[in-house]
Design a binder for this molecule. Structure first.
Ligand code: B12
Length: 211
């Protein structure tokens, strides 16, 4: 078993090289702890966020942590995404307007692709109109929205409203995900589903695509 306590510590302390070394060793040992390691890194990111909020860390530290986290995901990826040969169709994903956080979105994207989805990634800070237009142009039936900032909830609501305004709300299923998303937020926003874990998100989309 990899030393996840140490992993969390060195991740929080932004010891980049040590993090890569530990994760590379974990992968050399077969990668069976990759999922647990990813969750540990995510816990560390929460603590890094807390340190930012309390003035212990600065924006530069947050940026640095995101570089380490992205590289960590790349190291772990081969063990996380057992490729599927099933074809589940197209899906649009993005981080909503006003929010530029994309590490979580990229993890979800990778897992959707591994499950067999053909993922159209619109990127970050995406306007509702662009999502609605892409869904129509690409004949996409599933839209996955990511947001980490509290204000992302408002933007998610704007996306649902934009589908309603375009008269295409019933053509798509919408799933929202990210830290601020809750069952209550989902109800207020009028999305079809919500998830904080990529696993649940992929499962919801798989059910939609096959039913
Ligand atoms: C790294 C980071 C950054 C990086 C982002 C780099 C990047 N490329 O993403 C940078 C430095 C750019 C950044 C900027 C800012 N940040 Co920031 N950031 C973080 C931090 C530390 C980690 C986020 C992260 O990557 N976590 C790891 C990933 C893997 O987790 P995740 O995003 O939650 O995603 C998982 C799940 O949520 C889920 N998921 C996510 N999306 C979806 C979608 C679907 C469909 C599904 C099913 C699941 C799902 O699956 C993912 C994998 O498990 C968080 C702290 C935190 N608690 O999250 C603060 C945090 C989000 N940031 C915060 C703030 C305030 C900011 C800034 C405003 C700071 C500033 N003064 O400029 C700016 C905002 C810029 C903007 N307009 O977006 C606050 C937000 C407060 C709030 N409640 O709104 C936080 C919470 C820090 C804090 N505690 O204060 N940030």
């Amino acid at each position: 078993m990899a030393d996840l306590v140490k992993l969390k510590e060195i991740m929080i302390d932004l010891k980049e090289e040590e993090v890569y070394e530990l994760l590379t060793e974990l992968m050399s040992a077969g990668g069976s702890d990759a999922q647990a390691a990813l969750e540990t890194c995510q816990e560390a990111m929460t603590e890094i966020g807390n340190r930012f909020e309390t003035g212990v860390y600065f924006l530069g530290d947050l940026l640095y942590s995101s570089e380490i986290m992205s590289a960590a995901v790349d190291i772990l990826k081969p063990a996380l995404s057992a490729g599927s040969t099933v074809k589940l169709g197209k899906l649009v994903i993005c981080t909503v307007k006003g929010d530029i956080h994309d590490i979580g979105k990229n993890i979800v994207k990778g897992m959707l692709e591994a499950a067999g989805f053909d993922v159209i990634d619109l990127g970050i800070d995406v306007l509702p109109e662009k999502i609605v237009a892409t869904a129509a142009a690409e004949d996409v039936k599933i839209v996955a929205l990511s947001g980490v900032l509290t204000l992302a909830l408002r933007s998610m609501q704007d996306v649902v409203d934009a589908f309603v305004a375009a008269g295409t709300r019933n053509d798509v299923k919408i799933i929202i995900g990210g830290n601020p998303v809750t069952v209550d937020a989902c109800a207020v926003i009028g999305a079809d589903e919500w998830a904080n874990s990529p696993q649940k998100g992929v499962e919801v989309c798989r059910v939609w695509a096959t039913s």
